[in-house]
Design a protein around this ligand. Structure first.
Ligand code: FAD
Length: 451
């Protein structure tokens, strides 16, 4: 059989190569380092962790990333099993010895009889003669590959920075203060006319909010991040506030075209809007609130917004150098480029965020590519599983217009059926999500053809 070509020997590419090879399909894994370097990688090892050495929580009973660890273990994941073998004490988290981890991955990939490592940059899209290929070039995709992707997918389809506004779990928003309404009731359908959640502020609340933004702890840009082109399109909210105390009231917080049903006679001084983040309606992002504030400061400042006092954040805001596709628009349900289905994508370039999520998408892409090569049809994993939830989000669940990278979280899962009696507490809800996911993941794995 002709090999599958995988571009990028990072978290996603190594996992994809391993999965495909373990299914008996030969792989050529292309890695540009050490010939071409990135800003962040320091070694020539495969699966180098560029920053923290943590795979985050290992709690697989009530935490979404812990559940992702579990699913990857069940599927024979290379990244997770090597992480386990090289773990360091870290409380409930899975932290790894980064050098030992990368050395072991490199040795295993080198020793696999079906994997060939090709060192060197793939400076454009893989040619069609290569057949099935996976692009897993990561957040620091080489400029030549990024240019080729842009040319193939269009100007608006590949981002070089993320500008992430905080995302809130819908069920933690206080609807006795917030209300559903699109500005000027715009929209053809009732759903569109109620696409936003609005949180009103009076003058004192607004002034206190501006003070909190101005005095909050900020993260500094790294040297190589300084020339950020985001400054035109999406200023961090605290930078907008620095430009003038009224800037936000004339920008994302303008109090026009909206009527508070809880207090119809009082005109709000400013209004914070949250927009639906996913088709499930379980997540909302705070419109225009991309930020470089430190995480602790963000939680404090944003919880001062009326209606968000008890907000639970699926993720906090951030702005980073990050190359990623507009996957909901470009990819089919199997992570293939619609316009060139021989090309599949995996890892951070698909718009998932984090080491573990990137490896998880590699695991799935590697298997899907191998099954395709072997000519066997398989179902996609159900959205009730952590891997299925990530896949569902990037290939259709997320709003394409405002697509930004996403960590795994329970807001990406279809809501649970109500229990027969009463309501579940928060902890029980998380356990119910993982119980359901584990059953469904095990069933999905069991139904796969044995190689
Ligand atoms: P990578 O692991 O980066 O792998 C991509 C590989 O492709 C690289 O080895 C690269 O050299 C190679 N490559 C690129 N272009 C080409 C080409 N044209 N031809 C051949 N090879 C190519 N996530 C966390 O969970 N925790 C963190 O602390 C964290 N910190 C981060 C810090 C920085 C500075 C960045 C940029 C990202 C960080 N991330 C972090 C996010 C992300 O999860 C990781 O970057 C993760 O490694 C992504 O996995 P990946 O496989 O998609 O990409």
């Amino acid at each position: 059989t002709n090999p599958i070509h995988i571009i990028g020997g990072g978290m996603a590419g190594c996992e994809a190569a391993w999965q495909a090879a373990e299914l008996g399909v030969p792989v050529v894994l292309h890695e540009m380092r050490p010939m071409v370097e990135t800003f962040a990688h320091q070694t020539q090892g495969l699966a180098e962790l560029v920053c923290s050495n943590s795979f985050r929580s290992d709690d697989d009973e009530s935490n979404a990333v812990g559940l992702l660890h579990w699913e990857m273990r069940q599927a024979g994941g290379l990244i997770i099993s090597t992480g386990d073998r090289n773990s360091l004490p870290a409380g409930g988290a899975l932290a790894v010895d980064r050098d030992a981890f990368s050395d072991e991955i490199t040795a295993k990939i080198e020793a696999h009889p079906l994997i060939e490592i090709a060192r060197g940059e793939v400076a454009g899209l893989p040619p069609e003669e290569w057949g099935i290929s996976i692009i897993a070039t990561g957040p620091l995709t080489s400029p030549a590959m990024a240019e080729a992707l842009r040319a193939a997918t269009g100007e608006e389809s590949l981002a070089f920075f993320d500008a992430i506004a905080p995302i809130v779990h819908a069920d933690s928003i206080d609807l006795s203060k917030a209300w559903f309404q699109s500005r000027y009731d715009k929209g053809e359908t009732e759903e569109e006319r109620t696409a936003y959640l609005n949180c009103p502020m009076d003058r004192d609340q607004y002034e206190a909010f501006i003070d909190a933004l101005l005095t909050s702890d900020k993260t500094e840009f790294k040297e190589w991040e300084k020339d950020t082109p985001y400054f035109d399109a999406c200023l961090p909210i605290e930078v907008m506030a620095e430009r003038g105390r009224e800037t936000l009231r004339w920008g994302p917080m303008k109090p026009v075209g909206l009527t508070n049903p809880h207090q119809p006679d009082i005109k709000a001084h400013a209004i914070v809007q949250l927009r639906r983040e996913n088709a499930l309606g379980t997540l909302y992002n705070i419109v225009g609130f991309q930020t470089k504030m430190k995480y602790g400061a963000q939680a404090d400042v944003f919880k001062s917004i009326p209606g968000l006092e008890n907000a639970e954040f699926a993720r906090l805001g951030g702005i980073h150098r990050n190359t990623f596709l507009n996957s909901p628009r470009l990819l089919d349900t199997q992570m293939r480029l619609k316009s060139r289905p021989d090309l599949r994508f995996a890892g951070q370039v698909t718009g998932v965020e984090g080491y573990v999520e990137s490896a998880a998408m590699g695991l799935l892409a590697g298997r899907l590519a191998a099954y395709e090569k072997l000519g066997v049809a398989v179902e996609m994993p159900p959205q009730t599983t952590a891997i299925g939830a990530l896949l569902g989000h990037i290939t259709g669940g997320a709003e394409a217009e405002t697509f930004q990278p996403m960590n795994v979280n329970f807001g990406l899962f279809p809501p649970l059926e109500a229990p027969k009696k009463g309501r579940r507490g928060k902890k029980d809800r998380k356990i119910a999500y993982t119980d359901r996911a584990k059953l469904d993941w095990a069933a999905w794995l069991a139904a796969l053809p044995s190689q």
